[in-house]
Design a protein around this ligand. Structure first.
Ligand SMILES: Cc1cc2nc3c(=O)[nH]c(=O)nc-3n(C[C@H](O)[C@H](O)[C@H](O)COP(=O)(O)OP(=O)(O)OC[C@H]3O[C@@H](n4cnc5c(N)ncnc54)[C@H](O)[C@@H]3O)c2cc1C
Length: 356
Protein backbone atom coordinates (compact mmCIF):
# COMPACT_ATOMS: atom_id res chain seq x y z
CA UNK A 1 0.00 0.00 0.00
CA UNK A 2 1.36 3.43 -0.81
CA UNK A 3 -1.63 5.73 -0.25
CA UNK A 4 -4.30 5.60 2.45
CA UNK A 5 -7.69 6.98 1.38
CA UNK A 6 -9.96 7.83 4.31
CA UNK A 7 -13.62 7.37 3.34
CA UNK A 8 -15.37 5.27 0.70
CA UNK A 9 -17.90 7.80 -0.52
CA UNK A 10 -17.97 8.99 -4.11
CA UNK A 11 -14.92 11.21 -3.57
CA UNK A 12 -12.75 8.59 -1.84
CA UNK A 13 -13.66 5.77 -4.23
CA UNK A 14 -13.24 7.83 -7.41
CA UNK A 15 -9.91 9.13 -6.10
CA UNK A 16 -8.78 5.60 -5.18
CA UNK A 17 -9.72 4.33 -8.64
CA UNK A 18 -7.78 7.06 -10.42
CA UNK A 19 -4.79 6.69 -8.06
CA UNK A 20 -4.73 2.94 -8.75
CA UNK A 21 -4.86 3.62 -12.48
CA UNK A 22 -1.95 6.03 -12.05
CA UNK A 23 0.10 3.14 -10.66
CA UNK A 24 -0.32 3.58 -6.90
CA UNK A 25 -1.67 0.93 -4.53
CA UNK A 26 -4.44 2.55 -2.45
CA UNK A 27 -5.85 1.27 0.80
CA UNK A 28 -9.36 2.69 1.29
CA UNK A 29 -10.30 2.87 4.97
CA UNK A 30 -14.05 3.12 5.59
CA UNK A 31 -15.70 2.97 9.00
CA UNK A 32 -19.06 1.67 7.68
CA UNK A 33 -20.42 0.15 4.50
CA UNK A 34 -18.80 1.76 1.42
CA UNK A 35 -20.91 4.42 -0.26
CA UNK A 36 -23.71 4.56 2.29
CA UNK A 37 -23.52 8.16 3.50
CA UNK A 38 -24.11 11.41 1.55
CA UNK A 39 -23.22 9.78 -1.76
CA UNK A 40 -25.97 7.19 -1.31
CA UNK A 41 -28.54 9.84 -0.38
CA UNK A 42 -27.81 12.13 -3.33
CA UNK A 43 -30.14 12.85 -6.22
CA UNK A 44 -27.30 12.46 -8.71
CA UNK A 45 -27.90 15.63 -10.69
CA UNK A 46 -24.89 16.57 -12.81
CA UNK A 47 -25.83 20.22 -12.62
CA UNK A 48 -22.75 22.13 -13.75
CA UNK A 49 -24.91 24.85 -15.30
CA UNK A 50 -28.09 24.42 -13.29
CA UNK A 51 -26.38 24.69 -9.87
CA UNK A 52 -24.05 27.49 -10.96
CA UNK A 53 -23.71 30.80 -9.12
CA UNK A 54 -21.55 32.49 -11.74
CA UNK A 55 -18.26 32.29 -13.59
CA UNK A 56 -14.97 31.42 -11.88
CA UNK A 57 -12.77 28.47 -10.89
CA UNK A 58 -15.64 26.61 -9.19
CA UNK A 59 -17.77 26.83 -12.32
CA UNK A 60 -14.80 25.66 -14.42
CA UNK A 61 -14.30 22.69 -12.06
CA UNK A 62 -17.99 21.80 -12.43
CA UNK A 63 -17.83 21.98 -16.24
CA UNK A 64 -14.63 19.93 -16.29
CA UNK A 65 -16.20 17.26 -14.08
CA UNK A 66 -19.38 17.10 -16.15
CA UNK A 67 -17.24 16.63 -19.24
CA UNK A 68 -15.43 13.69 -17.60
CA UNK A 69 -18.63 11.79 -16.71
CA UNK A 70 -19.28 10.06 -20.01
CA UNK A 71 -15.81 8.52 -19.98
CA UNK A 72 -16.13 7.49 -16.31
CA UNK A 73 -19.53 5.86 -16.89
CA UNK A 74 -18.25 3.95 -19.92
CA UNK A 75 -15.13 2.89 -18.08
CA UNK A 76 -17.16 1.58 -15.13
CA UNK A 77 -19.49 -0.34 -17.44
CA UNK A 78 -16.53 -1.99 -19.19
CA UNK A 79 -14.76 -2.80 -15.95
CA UNK A 80 -17.69 -3.92 -13.76
CA UNK A 81 -20.67 -4.54 -16.06
CA UNK A 82 -22.67 -2.01 -14.01
CA UNK A 83 -24.67 0.65 -15.86
CA UNK A 84 -24.47 3.73 -13.62
CA UNK A 85 -27.46 5.38 -15.29
CA UNK A 86 -25.49 8.29 -16.71
CA UNK A 87 -27.78 10.39 -18.90
CA UNK A 88 -27.27 13.79 -20.48
CA UNK A 89 -31.01 14.29 -20.01
CA UNK A 90 -30.92 18.08 -19.56
CA UNK A 91 -32.21 20.20 -16.70
CA UNK A 92 -35.31 22.39 -16.99
CA UNK A 93 -35.68 25.39 -14.66
CA UNK A 94 -39.21 26.72 -14.21
CA UNK A 95 -40.19 30.23 -13.08
CA UNK A 96 -43.66 30.66 -11.62
CA UNK A 97 -43.40 34.40 -10.95
CA UNK A 98 -41.82 37.49 -12.52
CA UNK A 99 -38.91 37.72 -10.04
CA UNK A 100 -37.78 34.18 -10.72
CA UNK A 101 -38.30 34.68 -14.47
CA UNK A 102 -35.95 37.70 -14.36
CA UNK A 103 -33.29 35.64 -12.55
CA UNK A 104 -33.59 32.83 -15.08
CA UNK A 105 -33.28 35.27 -18.00
CA UNK A 106 -30.02 36.56 -16.49
CA UNK A 107 -28.63 33.07 -15.93
CA UNK A 108 -29.53 32.13 -19.49
CA UNK A 109 -27.88 35.28 -20.89
CA UNK A 110 -24.52 34.89 -19.13
CA UNK A 111 -24.31 31.17 -19.83
CA UNK A 112 -25.01 31.69 -23.54
CA UNK A 113 -22.42 34.50 -23.44
CA UNK A 114 -19.96 31.98 -21.99
CA UNK A 115 -20.61 29.75 -25.03
CA UNK A 116 -22.78 27.17 -23.22
CA UNK A 117 -26.01 25.72 -24.51
CA UNK A 118 -29.16 27.08 -22.85
CA UNK A 119 -32.67 27.48 -24.27
CA UNK A 120 -35.12 30.17 -23.17
CA UNK A 121 -38.73 28.91 -23.27
CA UNK A 122 -41.44 31.59 -23.17
CA UNK A 123 -43.96 28.75 -22.99
CA UNK A 124 -43.08 25.43 -21.39
CA UNK A 125 -44.87 22.38 -22.81
CA UNK A 126 -46.27 20.18 -20.04
CA UNK A 127 -45.94 22.94 -17.41
CA UNK A 128 -48.94 25.26 -17.94
CA UNK A 129 -48.42 27.20 -14.68
CA UNK A 130 -44.84 28.20 -15.57
CA UNK A 131 -44.25 31.80 -16.72
CA UNK A 132 -40.91 30.91 -18.25
CA UNK A 133 -38.46 28.04 -18.56
CA UNK A 134 -34.75 27.67 -19.19
CA UNK A 135 -33.51 24.31 -20.48
CA UNK A 136 -29.85 23.35 -20.08
CA UNK A 137 -29.45 20.34 -22.38
CA UNK A 138 -25.91 19.38 -21.36
CA UNK A 139 -26.59 18.88 -17.66
CA UNK A 140 -27.65 15.39 -16.67
CA UNK A 141 -27.89 12.77 -13.98
CA UNK A 142 -26.38 9.55 -12.73
CA UNK A 143 -27.92 6.81 -10.58
CA UNK A 144 -25.85 7.37 -7.45
CA UNK A 145 -26.42 3.97 -5.87
CA UNK A 146 -25.38 2.16 -9.05
CA UNK A 147 -22.42 4.54 -9.35
CA UNK A 148 -21.20 3.76 -5.83
CA UNK A 149 -21.53 0.02 -6.38
CA UNK A 150 -19.63 0.27 -9.67
CA UNK A 151 -16.89 2.40 -8.11
CA UNK A 152 -16.46 -0.02 -5.21
CA UNK A 153 -16.27 -2.95 -7.59
CA UNK A 154 -13.83 -1.17 -9.93
CA UNK A 155 -11.56 -0.14 -7.06
CA UNK A 156 -11.38 -3.71 -5.77
CA UNK A 157 -10.84 -5.13 -9.26
CA UNK A 158 -7.91 -2.73 -9.62
CA UNK A 159 -6.29 -4.48 -6.66
CA UNK A 160 -7.04 -1.84 -4.04
CA UNK A 161 -8.17 -3.00 -0.61
CA UNK A 162 -11.09 -1.62 1.37
CA UNK A 163 -10.52 -1.93 5.11
CA UNK A 164 -13.44 -1.52 7.51
CA UNK A 165 -12.13 0.73 10.29
CA UNK A 166 -12.51 4.26 11.61
CA UNK A 167 -9.49 6.48 11.14
CA UNK A 168 -8.87 8.45 14.31
CA UNK A 169 -5.80 10.43 13.31
CA UNK A 170 -2.92 10.85 10.91
CA UNK A 171 0.50 10.84 12.56
CA UNK A 172 3.52 12.89 11.52
CA UNK A 173 6.98 12.10 12.86
CA UNK A 174 10.00 14.35 12.33
CA UNK A 175 7.91 16.48 9.97
CA UNK A 176 6.96 13.54 7.74
CA UNK A 177 3.72 11.60 7.46
CA UNK A 178 4.31 8.29 9.24
CA UNK A 179 0.95 6.51 9.62
CA UNK A 180 -2.80 6.63 9.85
CA UNK A 181 -4.20 5.30 13.09
CA UNK A 182 -7.52 3.53 13.33
CA UNK A 183 -9.20 2.59 16.59
CA UNK A 184 -7.25 -0.69 16.64
CA UNK A 185 -4.09 -0.33 14.56
CA UNK A 186 -1.43 1.96 13.18
CA UNK A 187 -1.00 1.69 9.41
CA UNK A 188 2.29 3.05 8.06
CA UNK A 189 1.88 5.28 4.99
CA UNK A 190 3.71 8.07 3.25
CA UNK A 191 0.61 9.55 1.60
CA UNK A 192 -2.98 10.07 2.72
CA UNK A 193 -6.17 11.41 1.11
CA UNK A 194 -8.86 12.59 3.52
CA UNK A 195 -12.25 12.11 1.82
CA UNK A 196 -14.35 11.55 4.91
CA UNK A 197 -17.28 13.73 3.82
CA UNK A 198 -19.05 15.65 6.59
CA UNK A 199 -16.71 13.99 9.14
CA UNK A 200 -13.47 15.15 7.50
CA UNK A 201 -12.62 17.78 10.12
CA UNK A 202 -12.78 15.12 12.85
CA UNK A 203 -9.69 13.29 11.55
CA UNK A 204 -7.03 14.46 14.00
CA UNK A 205 -3.72 15.67 12.65
CA UNK A 206 -5.01 16.03 9.08
CA UNK A 207 -5.51 19.77 9.45
CA UNK A 208 -8.80 19.70 7.53
CA UNK A 209 -10.82 22.51 9.07
CA UNK A 210 -14.22 24.01 8.36
CA UNK A 211 -16.33 21.05 7.19
CA UNK A 212 -19.77 20.73 8.77
CA UNK A 213 -22.87 18.63 8.00
CA UNK A 214 -26.00 20.00 6.30
CA UNK A 215 -28.81 17.47 6.30
CA UNK A 216 -30.74 16.81 3.13
CA UNK A 217 -33.96 14.80 3.04
CA UNK A 218 -35.47 13.37 -0.14
CA UNK A 219 -38.58 11.47 -1.20
CA UNK A 220 -39.34 9.18 -4.12
CA UNK A 221 -42.46 8.27 -6.06
CA UNK A 222 -42.69 4.77 -7.55
CA UNK A 223 -44.14 4.39 -10.07
CA UNK A 224 -43.45 7.97 -11.24
CA UNK A 225 -46.67 10.04 -11.41
CA UNK A 226 -45.35 12.22 -14.29
CA UNK A 227 -43.68 11.14 -17.56
CA UNK A 228 -40.72 13.55 -17.36
CA UNK A 229 -37.40 12.70 -18.98
CA UNK A 230 -35.39 15.73 -17.78
CA UNK A 231 -34.52 16.96 -14.31
CA UNK A 232 -36.92 19.79 -13.36
CA UNK A 233 -36.17 22.61 -10.88
CA UNK A 234 -38.84 24.92 -9.44
CA UNK A 235 -39.19 26.87 -6.22
CA UNK A 236 -36.97 25.42 -3.49
CA UNK A 237 -36.31 22.03 -5.05
CA UNK A 238 -36.17 19.68 -7.97
CA UNK A 239 -37.41 16.39 -9.39
CA UNK A 240 -35.17 13.73 -10.91
CA UNK A 241 -36.77 11.05 -13.11
CA UNK A 242 -34.65 7.89 -12.96
CA UNK A 243 -34.62 5.93 -16.21
CA UNK A 244 -37.11 3.05 -15.77
CA UNK A 245 -37.27 3.93 -12.08
CA UNK A 246 -38.82 6.23 -9.50
CA UNK A 247 -39.11 10.00 -9.57
CA UNK A 248 -37.02 11.59 -6.80
CA UNK A 249 -37.93 14.93 -5.22
CA UNK A 250 -35.44 16.89 -3.13
CA UNK A 251 -34.10 18.26 -1.06
CA UNK A 252 -34.23 19.94 2.33
CA UNK A 253 -31.24 21.88 3.67
CA UNK A 254 -31.10 21.64 7.45
CA UNK A 255 -28.51 22.54 10.08
CA UNK A 256 -29.13 19.55 12.34
CA UNK A 257 -25.65 18.46 13.38
CA UNK A 258 -24.90 14.82 12.59
CA UNK A 259 -28.54 13.73 12.95
CA UNK A 260 -29.71 12.15 9.69
CA UNK A 261 -33.16 10.97 10.70
CA UNK A 262 -36.11 11.65 8.42
CA UNK A 263 -38.87 13.85 9.84
CA UNK A 264 -42.52 14.71 9.31
CA UNK A 265 -41.47 18.35 8.76
CA UNK A 266 -39.05 17.23 6.07
CA UNK A 267 -41.77 15.19 4.38
CA UNK A 268 -44.14 18.18 4.43
CA UNK A 269 -41.46 20.46 2.93
CA UNK A 270 -40.72 17.96 0.18
CA UNK A 271 -44.41 17.48 -0.65
CA UNK A 272 -44.70 21.27 -0.91
CA UNK A 273 -41.82 21.23 -3.42
CA UNK A 274 -43.57 18.44 -5.33
CA UNK A 275 -46.77 20.51 -5.44
CA UNK A 276 -44.83 23.48 -6.85
CA UNK A 277 -43.39 21.26 -9.55
CA UNK A 278 -46.72 19.87 -10.81
CA UNK A 279 -50.39 19.44 -9.93
CA UNK A 280 -50.12 15.69 -10.63
CA UNK A 281 -47.31 15.40 -8.09
CA UNK A 282 -49.32 17.35 -5.52
CA UNK A 283 -51.88 14.54 -5.50
CA UNK A 284 -49.43 11.62 -5.41
CA UNK A 285 -48.19 9.76 -2.33
CA UNK A 286 -44.42 9.26 -1.86
CA UNK A 287 -43.17 5.69 -1.62
CA UNK A 288 -39.86 6.36 0.15
CA UNK A 289 -38.03 8.97 2.24
CA UNK A 290 -34.38 9.18 3.28
CA UNK A 291 -31.69 11.62 4.41
CA UNK A 292 -27.96 12.23 4.19
CA UNK A 293 -25.37 14.71 5.42
CA UNK A 294 -23.75 17.02 2.88
CA UNK A 295 -20.16 18.04 3.66
CA UNK A 296 -20.50 21.84 3.73
CA UNK A 297 -18.04 24.71 4.11
CA UNK A 298 -18.58 28.34 5.12
CA UNK A 299 -17.92 29.69 1.60
CA UNK A 300 -19.75 26.92 -0.25
CA UNK A 301 -16.59 25.80 -2.05
CA UNK A 302 -14.90 22.40 -1.77
CA UNK A 303 -11.57 21.79 -0.06
CA UNK A 304 -9.05 20.25 -2.46
CA UNK A 305 -5.32 20.43 -1.79
CA UNK A 306 -2.57 19.60 0.68
CA UNK A 307 -3.77 20.24 4.23
CA UNK A 308 -0.63 18.88 5.91
CA UNK A 309 2.64 17.28 4.79
CA UNK A 310 1.70 14.42 2.40
CA UNK A 311 -1.99 14.74 3.34
CA UNK A 312 -4.45 15.73 0.59
CA UNK A 313 -7.90 16.94 1.60
CA UNK A 314 -10.68 16.17 -0.90
CA UNK A 315 -13.91 17.14 0.79
CA UNK A 316 -16.49 19.88 1.41
CA UNK A 317 -18.32 19.30 -1.88
CA UNK A 318 -21.67 20.23 -0.32
CA UNK A 319 -24.48 20.01 -2.94
CA UNK A 320 -22.26 18.91 -5.84
CA UNK A 321 -20.06 16.03 -4.75
CA UNK A 322 -21.50 13.55 -7.23
CA UNK A 323 -20.94 16.00 -10.08
CA UNK A 324 -17.47 16.93 -8.84
CA UNK A 325 -16.09 13.44 -8.16
CA UNK A 326 -14.30 12.91 -11.51
CA UNK A 327 -12.60 16.34 -11.52
CA UNK A 328 -11.71 16.01 -7.84
CA UNK A 329 -10.13 12.61 -8.43
CA UNK A 330 -8.23 14.07 -11.37
CA UNK A 331 -7.01 16.90 -9.13
CA UNK A 332 -5.93 14.44 -6.42
CA UNK A 333 -3.84 12.47 -8.94
CA UNK A 334 -2.39 15.73 -10.28
CA UNK A 335 -1.50 16.90 -6.76
CA UNK A 336 0.33 13.63 -6.12
CA UNK A 337 2.21 14.14 -9.38
CA UNK A 338 2.87 17.80 -8.49
CA UNK A 339 1.13 19.12 -11.63
CA UNK A 340 -2.44 20.39 -10.98
CA UNK A 341 -4.09 21.28 -14.29
CA UNK A 342 -7.06 23.05 -12.66
CA UNK A 343 -6.83 26.34 -10.78
CA UNK A 344 -7.27 25.00 -7.23
CA UNK A 345 -6.38 28.16 -5.29
CA UNK A 346 -10.00 28.91 -4.29
CA UNK A 347 -10.21 25.41 -2.78
CA UNK A 348 -7.05 25.68 -0.64
CA UNK A 349 -7.54 23.85 2.71
CA UNK A 350 -5.54 26.59 4.43
CA UNK A 351 -8.38 29.11 4.12
CA UNK A 352 -10.15 27.60 7.14
CA UNK A 353 -7.06 26.92 9.28
CA UNK A 354 -7.37 28.55 12.72
CA UNK A 355 -5.01 31.45 13.44
CA UNK A 356 -2.10 30.41 15.66
C1 LIG B 1 -30.20 14.80 -0.12
C2 LIG B 1 -28.94 15.06 -0.90
C3 LIG B 1 -29.02 15.29 -2.27
C4 LIG B 1 -27.86 15.52 -3.00
N1 LIG B 1 -27.95 15.67 -4.35
C5 LIG B 1 -26.82 15.83 -5.09
C6 LIG B 1 -26.90 15.92 -6.50
O1 LIG B 1 -27.98 15.83 -7.08
N2 LIG B 1 -25.74 16.09 -7.20
C7 LIG B 1 -24.53 16.18 -6.59
O2 LIG B 1 -23.52 16.35 -7.28
N3 LIG B 1 -24.42 16.09 -5.24
C8 LIG B 1 -25.54 15.92 -4.48
N4 LIG B 1 -25.46 15.85 -3.13
C9 LIG B 1 -24.16 16.07 -2.48
C10 LIG B 1 -23.31 14.82 -2.50
O3 LIG B 1 -24.07 13.74 -2.04
C11 LIG B 1 -22.08 15.00 -1.62
O4 LIG B 1 -21.41 16.20 -1.91
C12 LIG B 1 -21.11 13.83 -1.85
O5 LIG B 1 -21.79 12.61 -1.75
C13 LIG B 1 -19.97 13.87 -0.86
O6 LIG B 1 -19.21 12.71 -1.07
P1 LIG B 1 -18.10 12.30 -0.03
O7 LIG B 1 -17.45 11.08 -0.56
O8 LIG B 1 -17.25 13.48 0.29
O9 LIG B 1 -18.91 12.01 1.33
P2 LIG B 1 -19.72 10.72 1.79
O10 LIG B 1 -20.49 10.12 0.71
O11 LIG B 1 -20.46 11.13 3.02
O12 LIG B 1 -18.58 9.69 2.15
C14 LIG B 1 -17.69 9.90 3.23
C15 LIG B 1 -17.33 8.53 3.77
O13 LIG B 1 -16.31 8.67 4.75
C16 LIG B 1 -16.57 7.74 5.80
N5 LIG B 1 -15.89 8.22 6.98
C17 LIG B 1 -16.14 9.34 7.69
N6 LIG B 1 -15.26 9.47 8.70
C18 LIG B 1 -14.43 8.41 8.62
C19 LIG B 1 -13.31 7.99 9.39
N7 LIG B 1 -12.86 8.71 10.42
N8 LIG B 1 -12.69 6.83 9.06
C20 LIG B 1 -13.14 6.08 8.01
N9 LIG B 1 -14.20 6.44 7.24
C21 LIG B 1 -14.82 7.60 7.54
C22 LIG B 1 -18.09 7.74 5.91
O14 LIG B 1 -18.56 6.57 6.56
C23 LIG B 1 -18.51 7.84 4.45
O15 LIG B 1 -18.72 6.57 3.87
C24 LIG B 1 -26.59 15.57 -2.35
C25 LIG B 1 -26.52 15.32 -0.99
C26 LIG B 1 -27.68 15.06 -0.26
C27 LIG B 1 -27.57 14.76 1.21
Amino acid sequence: MDVAVVGAGVIGLTSALRLAEAGLRPLVIERGDPGREASWAAAGILGAQSESHGAGPFFELCLRSRALYGELAGHLLDRTGIDVGYQRCGVLHLAHDDDRAAVLREVHAWQVGRGLRSELLEQVPGHPRARLGVFMPDDGQVDTRALLEALRSAVVSRGAQILRARVVRVVHEDGRLAAVETESQSIPTGLCVVAAGAWSSAVEGANVHGVHPVKGQMIAYAPPPVPWKSVVYAGKGYAVPRKNGPLLVGATQEEAGFDKSTTAEGLAALRAIAATLSDDLALATPSDQWAGLRPATADGLPIIGFSARSVIAATGHYRNGILLAPATAEAVVDLVAGRPRQDLRDFDPGRFAPDD
